[in-house]
Design a binder for this molecule. Structure first.
Ligand code: AMP
Ligand code: ZN
Ligand code: FE
Ligand code: FE
Length: 281
């Protein structure tokens, strides 16, 4: 059972890295990737929790923006965590998330919504990549909305007047950096239209030219038809297909291993990294 995309308290998940691995073990997952937004801060703790029944794939979900301003998430897996260019890219993203959050809070409070930057910081675990889900949690704590989902329905979605972007690499730059660091690049939920505008089918060839290795196909935010289209694109471009939960703990409905990756696809993906970096006990 292979789940290649999960989050912890090092970004906007609600389980610590240690607890995530323990829950994955209990769920029967045999290969688990930890992919916090723009951060590798959870890797060391996650490694301490593994048992012989579970192997760990260390990664990150890189927030990207196309030159047209479309939000893209790029999963980097099995890269060298010490790679300086990779860590710089992640650090740049985290750094610009702070002024971005300040702006979103200013826009919301200027409209009379009860929220302050301190409220958001209180809702953000120490050392976590700060994101809209923490702002959502702060809005819940202040009684403005009832849940994260309700916050995203209206106030915080990509089309909201309160939405502010942060500086981010292009998907091509992220792919090149991940690959230079020896890892593999899988585009996360490319057709998740509920979240905002998505890239078109013709864009994938450019990503392949930059070094893209795979497409996350089986994901709850993509319907059956979208998944079929993605499988056809993957076949045409010789890309690996993956499936994953995008688990966030109680922060989202997504259950661990609700979507999984086929063994043969995983083996092919793993072989494309420049070193054998799966962590086993
Ligand atoms: P940010 O990186 O700060 O722009 O926030 C993106 C995060 O918000 C990602 O973890 C998404 O999974 C989460 N997100 C996006 N849309 C929704 C939604 N409709 N409900 C809950 N979380 C969402
Ligand atoms: Zn997230
Ligand atoms: Fe994502
Ligand atoms: Fe994710």
């Amino acid at each position: 059972m292979i789940d290649l995309h999960t989050h912890t308290t090092c970004s906007d998940g609600t389980d610590s890295p240690f607890s995530l691995v323990k829950k994955a073990l209990a769920a029967g997952i045999t290969t688990l990737a930890i992919t916090d937004h723009d951060s590798t801060a959870g890797w060391a703790e996650a490694v301490t929790a593994i048992q012989p029944q579970i192997e760990l794939v260390l990664g990150a979900e890189v927030s990207c923006l196309t030159t047209d301003g479309i939000s893209v998430h790029m999963l980097g897996l099995l890269f060298d965590g010490e790679d300086r260019e990779m860590q710089q890219m992640l650090a740049d993203s985290r750094d610009t998330r702070l002024p971005r959050m300040r702006k979103m809070v200013e826009l919301l409070s200027a409209d009379g919504i009860n929220i302050s930057l301190d409220d958001v910081y209180r809702a953000t675990p120490e050392g976590a990549t700060v994101g809209r889900p923490h702002l959502a949690d702060a809005l819940v704590a202040n009684g403005v909305v009832a849940s994260r989902d309700e916050a995203f329905l209206d106030l915080l979605n990509n089309d909201s007047k309160y939405y502010v972007t942060h500086a981010a690499p292009t998907p091509e730059d992220a792919i090149r950096t991940i690959r230079k660091a020896g890892g593999v690049a899988v585009i996360a939920h490319p057709f998740a239209s509920r979240r905002g505008q998505t890239i078109t089918a013709s864009t994938f060839a450019d990503l392949v030219a930059a070094g893209l290795n795979g497409i996350e196909v089986h994901h709850r935010d993509q319907n059956a038809q979208e998944q079929e289209t993605l499988i056809a694109i993957a076949r045409e471009l010789s890309l690996v297909t993956t499936g994953s939960s995008d688990y966030h703990g109680t922060g989202k409905l997504n259950g661990l291993a609700e979507n999984t990756t086929h063994q043969a696809q995983w083996e092919q993906l793993e072989s494309l990294a420049n070193a054998r970096r799966v962590v086993k006990k």
